[in-house]
Design a protein around this ligand. Structure first.
Ligand code: PAF
Length: 281
């Protein structure tokens, strides 16, 4: 039976004996609405740790005023069933438990890369995300934490925060889990109606086309992705960018080597993101 905690003190008390026994604690931070992608993170956590903690918290600080905080799916009972037998502890605090004084307190600043791509479309998103991740690291004090590659910019910024602030935690990253047709799993996919769902697959198709064209250079990769997305009326592209994975800044046109293509688009009323590694020739 999974041990479920809603308070910071309760969770810390439950973790104390594990820590005293020298057991390796691994955290999987989530916002719930769990799907097979989250379960892959949990399985990875199990393979690298002795005690697996999953946090389920829809973090208000990482949603802008016009975003889907109220509408974000909350499926705690089903999440707990899905995690049963896979994890040792679930931490599902309220917003008041995490932010007793509400918003307006100390925040982590995500810095320059935090204002690009997702950060440009979602002002303050990464400051809020890093703030809650830092709090979770302090509350759980895990040896490692597992994140999904689907949120590539989040992974880059979490790694940078860990480096910049000398946080004693190892970041593990698991590949994106996809539907059979390529659509990246996301808690927001449940918002897609049947016709949006058909259109949404174009994001991963565009990434595949870009990857196939990558040996011909950045312009060819970008053009291949755009050709796939542009005819699809239901897909409103927000950004399509090729970045250097080391800096997360856009690559120059003559760049050769490993890169990541990031795509964000609105499909119907749902904002989706996806990314893929490219080898640019
Ligand atoms: O990726 C997410 O689900 C969230 O951004 C995270 C890391 C749980 C922080 O709220």
């Amino acid at each position: 039976m999974t041990d479920i905690h809603t308070t910071i003190d309760g969770l810390r008390a439950a973790l104390a004996p594990h820590r005293a026994d020298g057991r390796r604690i691994v955290l999987v931070p989530t916002m719930g609405a769990l799907h097979a992608g989250h379960l892959a993170l949990v399985r990875h956590a199990r393979s690298v740790g002795d005690v697996v903690v999953v946090s389920i918290f829809v973090n208000p600080l990482q949603f802008g005023p016009s975003e889907d905080l109220d509408r974000y799916p909350r499926t705690l009972d089903a999440d707990i069933v899905a995690l049963d037998a896979l994890v040792d502890l679930v931490f599902a605090p309220s917003a008041t438990e995490m932010y007793p004084e509400g918003a307006g307190g100390t925040m982590i600043a995500a810095g320059d890369v935090g204002t690009l791509y997702e950060g440009a479309s979602r002002t303050g998103h990464f400051d809020g995300m890093l703030t809650v991740v830092a709090k979770l690291f302090n509350i759980v004090q895990p040896a490692a934490a597992v994140f999904g590659q689907k949120d590539a910019q989040q992974v880059f910024l979490v790694r940078r925060m860990v480096r910049d602030l000398d946080l004693p935690v190892t970041i593990e990253v698991e590949p994106t889990v996809r539907e059979e047709d390529g659509l990246a799993l996301s808690s927001r996919n449940r918002y897609l109606d049947a016709s949006d769902r058909r259109a949404a697959v174009m994001l991963s198709a565009a990434l595949t086309d870009a990857s196939d064209a990558a040996s011909r250079g950045t312009a060819a990769a970008r053009e291949a992705a755009r050709m796939r997305l542009e005819p699809e009326q239901a897909v409103k592209l927000d950004y399509l960018v090729i970045v250097d994975p080391a800096t997360f800044l856009p690559v120059a046109d003559d760049y050769r080597g490993p890169a990541s293509m990031l795509i964000a688009a609105r499909v119907g009323t749902t904002r989706l993101i996806d990314n893929a590694s490219l080898q640019l020739g």
